[in-house]
Design a protein around this ligand. Structure first.
Ligand code: SAH
Length: 244
């Protein structure tokens, strides 16, 4: 067999050009892909999160579109970021940890208290059937509603209001996630949780840190409690503060 050096060189350049073009196309289509993959490998998988669905979904969702323009570059960093009104979008690892703990199924309907940026709701919405999320700050609720609509999250329902009372019309829920810290668990939320359902909450009375707590509703008034370590969340306001 004879090699034609000219053809060989031509083909080499052609293949290299195609490779360079396709890599740069992928990067320009999603300039945050590498950062997001690094976040998944190092901060999420690296710290013990195993739930395939959580890893897949967080590896896909454009977290940079849930923060302000000037913070986009830090969207995949290992810490919370400000989202306005003194509130924060949780650290990616904490989002993964809480989501995994809920052991979600595709048919589940989930209630979130504290919509914030809408990121946690987006993560949930790609795992379960329906997400209901409540936000007590009007400006954040409006912004998250618009953002989730623009990004076409059709199974996320956002409402402006105090999450302490839950969302009765859509109860009971298979799982409830509270993403602001109360010093007690709002009784209406336990009521709105299905038998066998799971509720996760940063529980505590200090503003500096709380204990991530998982409740499993065994029966109407029988709860299993598991403490999952320290976290730092913004306080739950409204009725939760009044009843301290
Ligand atoms: N899950 C959010 C981050 C939550 S930050 C995200 O993915 O971005 C906590 C949010 O809880 C804040 O936006 C705060 O305004 C909201 N919050 C505090 N108390 C609340 C209450 N009683 N009901 C509903 N939302 C509340």
């Amino acid at each position: 067999m004879r090699f034609n050096l000219k053809t060989l060189i031509k083909n080499f350049f052609l293949i290299t050009a195609i490779l360079v073009l396709s890599v740069s196309y992928t990067l320009s289509a999603d300039p945050y892909l590498q950062k997001r993959q690094a976040m998944i490998e190092k901060d999420i998988k690296g710290r013990g999160i195993k739930d395939k669905k959580v890893l897949e979904v967080m590896g896909r969702i454009p977290r940079h579109l849930f923060v302000d323009e000037n913070l986009k570059n830090k969207a995949y960093a290992d810490y919370p970021l400000p989202i306005g009104e003194g509130q924060t979008i949780s650290q990616p690892y904490v989002v993964a940890l809480m989501t995994e703990a809920l052991k979600l199924k595709p048919s589940d309907r989930v209630l979130e208290i504290g919509t914030g940026s809408g990121y946690q709701a987006a993560v949930l919405s790609e795992i379960v059937k329906e997400v209901y999320t409540l936000e007590i700050r009007k400006s954040l609720s409006d912004l998250a509603t618009k953002r989730l609509k623009d990004l076409r999250y059709k199974n996320v329902n956002v409402k402006y209001g105090d999450g302490y009372f839950g969302w009765k019309e859509h109860a009971p829920f298979d799982a409830i996630i509270i993403t602001a810290a109360p010093n007690h668990i709002p009784p209406p939320l336990i009521k709105q949780l299905k038998k066998g359902g799971r509720l996760i909450v940063p529980l505590g009375s200090t503003v500096y840190y709380q204990t991530l707590t998982l409740l499993i509703k065994k029966d109407t008034d029988e709860l299993d409690v598991e403490q999952m370590g320290s976290v730092a969340f913004v306080p739950m306001i409204g009725e939760a503060e009044k009843r301290k």
